[in-house]
Design a binder for this molecule. Structure first.
Ligand code: EPZ
Length: 442
C-alpha cells in the first residue's frame, strides 16, 4: 500500500498548472448517456475516480478511448453505442459514490435504470433521497431491490415538473446534476428550486446546452429546463479544479512559498481567496486574462498567519472540500480559529491525525477550535478520505522532520501525481510502498 514520505520545511516556489475538475468531469462523463452521438471531453484529469467512471460507462454501453490532441493534451472520446445494458453494479458503485450521477441520464434516455445504492463513506452517510425525490417528481417510478435503485419512466419518457430539491443541509450538487440532466429529455418544462449553484453545475449545463438542451439559470438556485426530443454530440473542455487550486494555495501559504498557478478558476474561489486574504495570504491575479475561470495567479505569504472563522456552506459559500486544508493551515496561525462544518458534520477525520503532529484542536460536534502553535512535528499519520489526506500533506510540508501519510490511494482519487507536482516546486515528498501491517486480532 502506498504512502507519501514528506520532509517538511521546504518552501514551495515555482509554477504549476491546475488540472481539469474531477467534480465537473464525473457528472459530465455520465451525461454522455443522454446522446447517441460521439462526445469529446478535454482536460479530464487522470484520477482513479475517473478510471472508475470509465469502467462503469463501459459496462453501460459507452465506447471510450483516451487520446492525445495536437497539443499533447489528453482527450477522451466517448460514444454511447449500446443503449441496452442499464445496470450500474454495486462492485463499481461502492468504490465511487459519484456513480449515482449515471441514474438521471440513463433513466431519461433509456426509460429505465438500475443503479446500486451508494454506501456511505468516511465523511458521512451520503444519502441520495433528494436525487430519488427529484426524479420521482419528473414521473419516474422508483423502487429498491437488493440494494439497487430500480427506476422506470412510464411510457419510456419523463415529464417536466416544478420541484424543490433542497434538504436539511441545503442543496445537493450531484442531485442537481442528476435531475437537471434527466429533465433535458423530459416532455415539457422543469423548474428546479433550491438547485446547487456550484461551478460544476454551470459547466455541466453549458455542455448540455451545447448538445442542444435548453437550460437557463444554472449557477442560481432556480434552474429552468425546457425538454427536447434528443441531444447531439459535443466537444467540451472541463473547467479547472477549484479544490485542487485551493489546496495548492494552502500548500504555498503554509510553506511561506511563492507559487504561480496557471489555468486557475479564481472566479469559482472567491470564498476561499477571501479567507486566505484574512489569514494573510496574497493571491494576486497576473495578466488581464479574458476567462475568469482560467486565470494565472501568484500566491505568497508576506508575514505571519492570522486566525480565521470558517463555516462551510453550499457555493458560493466556503467549500466543504477545502475545510481540512484550511484547518491544517490555521494550525500555525497566531491565535484561535473556529471552523464549523455545515455540509458533512462528521468531516473531521483529519483532526486526530493533525493532533498527532502537535496541532492544538478542540472539537465540539460540528465545530473545531484551532489554537495556533509555533510549529508542527512530523509523524506517521493515516489518510482517511480524499480531502482530509490533502490536509495532512499540507501539514507535512510545514512540519519539522518526516511525515509518513499512509493509504494515499485516497489522494489518488482526486489529485493527479500530487507528489510529483509538489516535488517539482521544491517539496521533499516521495511515494513509498509500505507493506500492509498484519492486523492484530481482537
Ligand atoms: C459533491 O458531493 C462533491 N462530489 C463532494 O466532493 C462535495 O463535498 C459535495 O458535493 C458538497 O459540495 C462530487 O461532486 C463528485 P451533496 P454530493 O449532495 O453531490 C445531503 C470531494 O472531496 N444530501 O451536495 O454527493 C448530504 O448528506 C467530494 O471531491 C442529502 O441529504 O454532495 C450533505 O449533507 C467529497 N440527500 C449535503 O446534502 C441527498 O439526496 C450536500 O451533499 C443528497 C445529499
Amino acid at each position: 500500500m502506498d504512502a507519501f514520505v514528506i520532509e517538511g520545511g521546504r518552501r514551495l516556489e515555482g509554477r504549476l498548472r491546475i488540472n481539469g475538475s474531477k467534480n465537473s468531469a464525473l457528472p459530465i462523463m455520465a451525461a454522455v448517456l443522454l446522446t447517441d452521438e460521439p462526445v469529446t471531453l478535454r482536460d479530464v484529469p487522470d484520477l482513479s475516480d475517473i478510471r472508475n467512471m470509465v469502467r462503469l460507462l463501459g459496462e453501460l454501453g459507452v465506447m471510450i478511448a483516451r487520446e492525445t490532441d495536437n497539443r499533447g493534451q489528453p482527450v477522451f472520446a466517448l460514444h454511447a453505442i449500446d443503449q441496452s445494458p442499464s445496470h450500474a453494479r454495486y462492485e463499481i458503485v461502492r468504490t465511487m459514490r459519484a456513480s449515482i450521477c449515471v441514474l438521471g441520464p440513463m433513466l431519461a434516455r433509456r426509460g429505465k435504470a438500475r443503479v446500486s445504492l451508494p454506501g456511505g463513506c468516511a465523511i458521512g452517510q451520503r444519502p441520495v433521497d433528494l436525487h430519488l425525490r427529484g426524479l420521482e417528481a419528473l414521473g419516474a417510478r422508483i423502487t429498491l431491490d437488493g440494494g439497487d435503485i430500480v427506476a422506470e419512466a412510464p411510457g419510456g419518457r419523463l415529464r417536466g415538473a416544478t420541484l424543490f430539491l433542497g434538504g436539511a443541509n441545503g442543496s445537493t450538487v450531484l442531485g442537481t446534476a442528476n435531475v437537471m440532466s434527466a429533465a433535458t429529455l423530459a416532455r415539457g418544462t422543469t423548474v428546479i428550486e433550491c438547485a446547487a449553484c456550484e461551478p460544476e453545475i454551470v459547466d455541466l449545463a453549458n455542455m448540455l446546452n451545447a448538445m442542444g438542451a435548453r437550460i437557463e439559470g444554472a449557477g442560481s438556485p432556480r434552474i429552468t429546463v425546457r425538454g427536447v426530443e434528443s441531444l447531439g454530440g459535443v466537444d467540451h473542455a472541463v473547467i479547472p479544479d477549484r479544490i485542487e487550486a485551493g489546496t495548492l494555495m494552502c500548500a504555498a501559504a503554509i510553506t511561506e512559498g511563492d507559487l504561480t498557478l496557471d489555468n486557475c478558476p479564481l472566479d469559482a474561489l472567491m470564498a476561499a481567496t477571501d479567507t486566505l486574504g484574512a489569514i494573510g495570504v496574497a493571491v494576486d491575479p497576473i495578466g488581464s486574462g479574458d476567462d475568469p475561470m482560467r486565470r494565472t495567479c501568484r500566491v505568497t505569504r508576506p508575514g505571519g498567519l492570522r486566525p480565521a472563522q470558517i463555516t462551510t456552506q453550499p457555493h458560493p459559500g466556503f467549500p466543504t472540500d477545502l475545510q481540512a486544508q484550511f484547518m491544517a493551515l490555521l494550525c500555525l496561525a497566531q491565535g484561535n480559529s473556529v471552523i464549523t462544518e455545515k455540509i458533512f458534520p462528521d468531516r473531521f477525520l483529519h483532526v486526530a491525525e493533525l493532533q498527532r503532529m502537535g496541532a492544538s484542536l478542540i472539537r465540539q460536534n460540528a465545530t473545531v477550535v484551532a489554537t495556533g502553535v509555533p510549529g508542527l512535528t512530523g509523524a506517521p499519520v493515516m489518510a482517511s478520505d480524499l480531502r482530509a489526506s490533502a490536509g495532512l500533506v499540507i501539514a507535512g510540508l510545514a512540519a519539522r522532520g518526516e511525515t509518513t501519510i499512509n493509504r494515499v490511494y485516497h489522494i489518488d482519487r482526486g489529485y493527479e501525481k500530487l507528489e510529483d507536482r509538489l516535488a517539482s516546486v521544491g517539496a521533499s515528498i516521495r511515494r513509498q510502498d509500505i507493506p500492509a501491517e498484519p492486523v492484530a486480532a481482537g
